[in-house]
Design a protein. Structure first.
Length: 196
């Protein structure tokens, strides 16, 4: 649901020209996103700090196929590749949940470790499933500053969607050690929050 913030960004000339044909995509806590021509998207932020943080993360993970490529960054905006696909939670509601998604999520978290993230987590709403069943991260936050040792938000989201047990069962097949660790941590978290 759109919020009532007002946004302003001092675009460079090229982005200004592209923005003339922009289409609204969505709005989150930190900013508003528009589709641009040339398969790009622009995110306009409320705060300079949030813009800088997200832009710097996208720069650092530029070699990873799990993140959109950053094209340019201003004080209050970033231009990056547009991510096509369906939000993970919406995808699960429409198409169900299977082993391939679990495997792709496991590989994503291996990539987070490779990239030396301190936050090994992502929300369902920040993950998109592309047409070829690849996972893309659209809104990386606090990846190098917050410490989370397992995919807590993701698993909490899967719990709400009633597919957490299926996910854990798949991870047991893929990596029993990780499955035991994640299951123990998420069960402790859910019990403490009285969510089970």
């Amino acid at each position: 649901m759109p919020r009532t913030y007002s946004y302003s960004a001092d675009f460079d000339q090229e982005t200004e020209m592209l923005f003339r044909d922009a289409k609204f995509l969505g709005e989150g806590h930190n900013g508003i996103v528009y589709e641009l021509p040339e398969n790009k998207a622009v995110k306009i932020f409320q705060e300079k700090k949030c813009c800088k943080e997200e832009g710097e993360i996208l720069k650092r993970v530029g070699s990873s196929s799990y993140f959109p490529k950053l094209h340019k960054m201003g004080d209050y905006y970033i231009v990056r590749d547009k991510v096509d696909g369906i939000r993970l939670d919406h995808y699960i509601k429409k198409h169900g949940f299977g082993y391939e998604i679990s495997l792709n999520l496991y590989e994503l978290f291996k990539e987070f470790k490779r990239l030396k993230f301190t936050k090994l987590d992502a929300r369902c709403r920040d993950l998109y499933i592309t047409d070829d069943n690849k996972i893309m991260v659209i809104d990386p936050k606090q990846c190098f500053s917050k410490k989370v040792t397992y995919p807590r938000h993701l698993m909490k989201g899967l719990h709400k969607l009633e597919v957490l047990e299926s996910f854990i069962e798949d991870i047991r097949i893929i990596d029993i050690k990780i499955a035991k660790e994640w299951e123990k941590k998420i069960n402790h978290y859910l019990e403490n929050k009285k969510l089970i």
